[in-house]
Design a protein around this ligand. Sequence first.
Ligand SMILES: Nc1ncnc2c1ncn2[C@@H]1O[C@H](COP(=O)(O)OP(=O)(O)O)[C@@H](O)[C@H]1O
Ligand SMILES: [Mg+2]
Length: 286
Amino acid sequence: MNTLSSTTGNISLDPSAAFGSDGSGARVTASRDARASGVKLAVRNLTMRYGNGHTALRDFNLSVKAGEMVVVLGSNGSGKSTLMKCVVGLNRPTAGSVEVAGCDLAALSGNALRQARLPLALISQNANLVKRRSVLANVCCGALGRHRTLATALGRLPRDEIETSRACLEEVGLLHLAGQRASTLSGGQAQRVAVARALVQRPHVLLADEPVASLDPEAADEVMRLLRRLATEDGLAVVCVLHQPELAARYADRLVGLRKGELDFDRHASEVPSAQIARLYVGDAS
Ligand SMILES: Nc1ncnc2c1ncn2[C@@H]1O[C@H](COP(=O)(O)OP(=O)(O)O)[C@@H](O)[C@H]1O
Ligand SMILES: [Mg+2]
């Protein structure tokens, strides 16, 4: 049953029936703005000390430009997720600053901070899709940050947002699955849907915390190829945490090594000796 008005859509409807056939015109505008070159993410002197007194990140610096893909490597507990959480605002850093697309987040609060965070998107190891809902409905959730209204609380979005969501699904090669339940997807497909949901946010900066950790090698490669393309073709600044140095070397422009919460190296991917990477994973040895 289609209850759409002319300007809004109910995102729980069967999308193939409700939204017409033409998703073609709506190329992803998600990251167009990000194409302008320049630093999109600047992390400066970031320190994170948790409530229990543990310092998980110390005086950390990172700068990522539009079109660049940086892979962060480090052993378990080295502070990779802490870094990601500080950047997206899930952790409140003890010291230092995070600048996104030219906005210093520390200087903002309330609605201004929410707006400044919109160009940031995070994907995680698990796609975290709502399994009983359609693929398209899941992707549409990426637009909710722009629409804090009663209508969206009831599951209705402007029609152009639904077209944007369809375009983002097309961007990850899964538009043909728009009407399918998320529960039916393979792990690799689910992660690509999570990427599409992130793209709906129109991010300038895409963070990925171990996005391929639960995927088989082929699916992992596909997700990495997608992230690489989003950097190269759409101009996103991509920061990806990985545990596979060989994947990192294949796809990253730069490799960043984290060791006990401190920067160990930040170099062009082809310039990092494998022994230096291996040292990240050997406990206290130096
Ligand atoms: N909420 C927290 N409270 C206290 N310590 C934490 C918290 N979250 C993470 N840590 C600690 O901070 C360190 C870094 O954690 P994390 O950033 O998750 O590492 P990684 O993602 O590199 O495995 C670890 O020693 C971890 O136990
Ligand atoms: Mg982690």
